[in-house]
Design a protein around this ligand. Structure first.
Ligand code: UDP
Length: 580
């Protein structure tokens, strides 16, 4: 290393045009007039240096400067990127670097409005928040002090939704929320229908908190009791299947609610010594304890494929090691929005290393997304990342000490020293995948090609998947006419091409829902936290298909599930105001 704090010159990042636009709009620091005061390279160097500052606190063979350069390299090569808040805020006075938070809510005015205030502070700092509202007494329940009636969880959620509208995250984007209500809360039906009207709770993803008991009641067609959380009394008894059918029908219509399998999440809670997990972050990939936060980062798997079209395991291993150290360093230099969050986060030191570019990998190695072979490779890749991640967290623990709540944790039980209570999470990578020019998370490709009108309709802006272009050239199939045809159709389905090639280059809606679920489950098997995945259904899918997807997600060991039926919101307008 040069050690003089200057930007390394070995690696020059090559951002795509699209990535540059995203960086300019959302990430680069700006002056009062809104013009960027840094280049994309300078942004990465700012982040690398700010994060590597943590190294000054520890005795390592290598210097902090060395690590700043390594961090810069993995980011500049687009092999690894941390979650958006780290890119935006590292090395700035704000300095809040995590994407994921869970806040507790108690059943009193004071506690509700405390949570609202914390939410505003977290959103302002760039994070997203998740809540379980089941502690709140139901609609119409008594309020002793005022002799009034309670307005119930859903109306309080509207308050959080509105607050989210008002507070922009670090001036860059709007916050996101996860609202969970357990299946046995008396307001559960109200909750399931809460997003039916367009625009309602638009800053919320909502999910039903489902226990094993609930899922078994559904599978065995049993009665299901709704309980008042304030008194524990049974308010009503309904058929579990009635509730489940309603959940699936609403999910079919609007994409909400999803389900989170709470018992499964809590069974895998690495620190039961600190309490129960009852909620996740907004996109569902990060279950957390109350007041806990987590910083994410994702490896661009597309860059881990060798020219021989195989996974480059050595490169992947090296990238995982640097990434784990990077994410652990982030916790050291992070500025937390409130004291409680700082305390909880430092007690468990959770990090969430995941992947993006999975669909790109499958295109490159020519394996169809919807195949057993793809599931096998998914398990191989993720188990490898998880294993190396544990090794690295363990190495760090030996030098830096284990996470403070290690004593009494499941890690202590199994005799493994760990720096981080969790290591892996599969994030959606909504924005960072644009920066890396990779397919997002573990999702299949949405379209292979599209044509957009640009410059006021006077010109076409064409996009054709680069890996597809390479493949067509390699197979000697490339012609201008073929590209025109692909641009027109967006997928290869109805084009006269070799079947093998068409099977490999599939898009999200051509993949049967069960394969989406199987892929989520394959990654979940080797992921500490959870997996962000949308089970995409074709427009013609039935409510029955949604039910099947939900039940198989439960059976295959997923921690939650979200579905989205293509263009469902188009017919949604027709349903507004009608009873489900
Ligand atoms: N998130 C948020 N607001 C947004 C998008 C994301 O608060 O507009 C949070 C949320 O907790 C989500 C997490 O960031 O689950 C990760 O999302 P993603 O991977 O898409 O973020 P990226 O790092 O790509 O911006």
């Amino acid at each position: 290393g040069k050690g003089d704090g200057e930007m390394p010159e070995k690696v020059k990042p090559s951002f795509s045009e699209n990535a540059t636009r995203v960086l300019e709009r959302r990430y680069l620091l700006k002056d009062e007039k809104g013009s960027p005061t840094e280049t994309p390279e300078e942004m990465l160097w700012r982040v690398a240096r700010a994060v590597a500052k943590a190294e000054e606190r520890f005795d390592d063979e290598q210097s902090p400067e060395y690590w700043a350069e390594r961090f810069y390299e993995v980011m500049a090569q687009l092999d690894f990127l941390p979650n958006s808040p780290t890119l935006m805020n590292a090395g700035t006075p704000a300095g809040q670097l995590s994407a994921c938070f869970v806040l507790p809510i108690g059943d009193s005015m004071e506690e509700i409005f405390d949570a609202l205030k914390y939410t505003a502070l977290v959103h302002k700092s760039g994070g997203g928040t998740g809540f379980n509202f089941s502690t709140l007494r139901p609609y119409g329940d008594i309020v002793r002090s005022t002799k009034g009636v309670a307005s119930g969880p859903v109306s309080f959620m509207e308050l959080f939704d509105h607050t989210t509208d008002v507070v922009k995250q670090g001036g860059m984007r709007r916050g996101a929320n996860m609202g969970i209500l357990n299946a046995d809360h008396p307001d559960v039906i109200r909750f399931i229908k809460a997003k039916i009207e367009e625009g309602k709770l638009k800053n919320f993803n909502i999910s039903i908190g489902a226990t094993h008991k609930f899922m078994h009641a559904v599978l065995n067609d049993e009665d299901w009791q709704l309980l008042n959380p304030r008194t524990g009394e049974v308010v009503e008894s309904i058929k579990a299947r009635y509730l489940f059918d309603l959940i699936c029908e609403m999910a079919w219509r609007t994409g909400d609610p999803g389900m989170v399998f709470l018992d499964r999440i809590d069974e895998l809670n690495p620190t039961p010594n600190l309490g129960h997990i009852t909620a996740t972050n907004p996109c569902g990939e990060q279950p957390l304890l109350p007041f806990e936060s987590c910083n994410l980062g994702s490896i661009n798997l597309s860059n881990m494929v060798s020219p021989k079209r195989e996974i480059d395991w050595d490169k992947l291993e090296e990238t995982v090691r640097v990434a784990v150290r990077f994410l652990d360093d982030v916790i050291e230099v992070n500025h937390f929005p409130i004291k409680e969050i700082a305390e909880m986060t430092k007690a468990t030191r959770k990090i969430g290393l995941g992947v993006m570019g999975w669909a790109d990998v499958l295109f490159k190695v020519r394996i169809p997304y919807d195949s057993e072979e793809a599931l096998q490779l998914a398990r191989k890749v993720m188990s490898f990342i998880n294993k190396i991640g544990y090794e690295e967290s363990s190495n760090l623990a030996r030098i830096r000490g284990p996470f403070p709540a290690w004593k009494g944790s499941k890690w202590e039980e199994s005799g493994v020293l760990m720096r981080n209570a969790t290591v892996t999470t599969i994030a959606p990578t909504g924005t960072i995948s644009l920066v890396a020019d990779a397919s997002s998370g573990i999702e299949p490709a949405f379209a292979l090609a599209y044509r957009r009108k640009a410059f006021e309709g006077t010109a076409n802006l064409d996009y054709v998947n680069e890996i597809l272009l390479d493949a067509l050239k390699e197979e000697g199939l490339y012609t201008e006419a073929l590209i025109e045809e692909i641009l027109g159709k967006g997928s290869l389905k109805d084009i006269n091409l070799p079947e093998g090639l068409k099977k490999v280059f599939v898009t999200a809606h051509e993949i049967a829902p069960e394969w989406h679920v199987k892929m989520q489950a394959a990654f979940q098997e080797f992921t500490d936290n959870a997996v962000s995945k949308t089970i995409n259904l074709p427009h013609e899918a039935s409510v029955e298909d949604v039910k099947k997807a939900f039940l198989s997600a439960y059976e295959l060991g997923c921690k939650g599930i979200t579905v989205f039926r293509d263009r469902c919101k188009e017919d949604q307008v027709l349903y507004v105001g009608t009873k489900p």
